[in-house]
Write a protein that binds this ligand. Structure first.
Ligand SMILES: [Zn+2]
Ligand SMILES: [Zn+2]
Length: 442
């Protein structure tokens, strides 16, 4: 069996045996192609992001994740207690939780948390010398703190990206020994034209963005001004950065509870005990649903060089999963892929409805899907159905009679629709709902 290669910024793509990059044409740009026959379910490669940042509201609401790799830091029990607002909740089979608080460390100055000493030292080497706010609690007038405040006020949940992703990009360049090389890595991402950029940023950020754009640019410049990329600190420059992460950004989600649940699923138990455990977990998810809605994961976004070469398809042959419980993504084949001219394609949006909306509005390569750490898990069914049901009923009355089981099939659509609804502030909700309604999907 082929060994799965994990790509990081120091890897040569020649080490990857499963895929190669080829220029398709000037319109489509680069594409990823299968180097040999790939079977369904196999992992094409894993990739560590160039840069990754947790969403700010997600962090604000105490979804604790490693500042560097986004691994969830709460134990499954603490996570379930918080999300269900039940501090006395005790989880059985504690061995199924993979979080080890003993290995967690903080930055001694600003006290941001890391899952391990390795992550802390990587962050420090890469960007944290620039981004450390030096004290805890931080000075509210510190420019880096102000950027986050401004951003939170213009970008409410559900979030699609974070200003800290841009801050980290610039901090990486600031700290790099070879700055040209660091800039080059970001320059290699797929770019939009100036007109597309404007439209993209407008759709991504909404009207609030326009109102507070100047404030954002001035605090951003005060905190991070860097001469080698001075052009990024202009209105056009910062727009192009937002367009870059809007075009290439990949959603990341991690959850210690879902890792725990998936490990519980793998336990060999007597039938009676299995049923008992399953209904216990069912109840936890019901309680969480009532208390926290569908915000279960530590969420963020990241940039991956190789994965960003995947093209879009409405009938994808691969998908991104987070099998390592951190921001390292795994590209998994959804079907058998033949050698050669078959491009590796990701579905950005899972349905024809949203896809047609995407095509109609020329919104390139938007990749803000919410992933659970165990995307194929039946546990997806636990995401709050009573909320989705109302939403679906609005689109189609028959949804009031749909079971939670069927919801599994529609769940992805709803989440994506919701996110896209948030991205397209300028379009009325009704036109989007009508689009979904008119699709053959329903
Ligand atoms: Zn970490
Ligand atoms: Zn620090």
């Amino acid at each position: 069996m082929e060994v799965v290669v994990t790509v990081d910024e120091n890897s040569s793509y020649d080490d990857i045996k499963s895929v190669y990059i080829k220029l398709i044409d000037d319109n489509k740009g680069k594409g990823l192609f299968a180097a040999h026959q790939i079977s369904e379910g196999s992992i094409l490669f894993k990739e560590v992001p160039l840069v990754c940042a947790q969403f700010l509201w997600n962090e604000f609401y105490k979804y604790k994740a490693c500042e560097y790799c986004m691994k969830a830091l709460e134990t499954a029990e603490a996570n379930a207690q918080r999300l269900s607002a039940n501090p006395s909740l005790v989880l059985p089979h504690p061995e199924c939780c993979r979080v080890n608080p003993q290995s967690h460390v903080e930055c001694p100055q600003c006290r941001v948390e890391y899952c391990s000493k390795e992550c802390r030292s990587r962050a420090w080497q890469k960007y944290h010398q620039v981004l450390c706010v030096s004290q805890h609690p931080p000075d509210p007038d510190h420019p880096l703190v102000m950027i986050q405040d401004v951003w939170r006020n213009m970008h409410f949940p559900p979030e699609t990206t974070s200003i800290m992703l841009l801050a980290k990009m610039i901090a990486i360049i600031k700290q790099a020994k070879d700055k040209d090389n660091a800039i080059e890595r970001f320059a290699n991402f797929c770019r939009a034209t100036a007109n597309e950029e404007k439209e993209l940023v407008h759709k991504l950020m909404g009207t609030r963005f326009q109102e507070q754009f100047d404030t954002l640019l001035s605090v951003f410049t005060a905190a991070l001004q860097e001469d080698t990329v001075a052009h990024w600190f202009t209105p056009e420059g910062i727009r192009s950065l937002f367009a870059l992460i809007g075009t290439n950004g990949q959603g990341v989600g991690t959850s210690s509870l879902s890792v725990y649940v998936s490990n519980c699923d793998d336990l060999h138990l007597e039938e009676e005990e299995r049923q008992k455990l399953d209904s216990f977990i069912d109840q936890i998810y019901v309680d969480i649903e009532n208390e926290s809605g569908n915000f279960l994961n530590c969420e963020g976004s990241a940039l991956y060089s190789l994965q960003s070469c995947c093209n879009h398809s409405c009938d994808p042959n691969a998908e991104v999963q987070f099998l390592d419980q951190n921001s390292t993504m795994s590209l998994v084949a959804l079907k058998n892929i033949a050698e050669g001219d078959v491009s590796i394609e990701l579905c950005i949006v899972a349905t024809r409805a949203v896809a047609s909306m995407r095509q109609a509005r020329c919104f390139p390569r938007l990749k803000f899907l919410i992933f659970t750490t165990h995307p194929n898990s039946q546990r997806l069914g636990y995401i709050p159905w009573h909320i989705l049901k109302l939403y679906f009923a609005f689109i189609h009355p028959s949804f009031m009679h749909t079971t939670a089981h069927n919801a599994l099939h529609y769940l992805k659509v709803c989440i994506i629709q919701y996110i896209i609804g948030q991205c397209f502030h300028s379009f009325s909700l009704f036109s989007e709902l009508n689009l979904l309604k008119s699709s053959t999907f329903l």
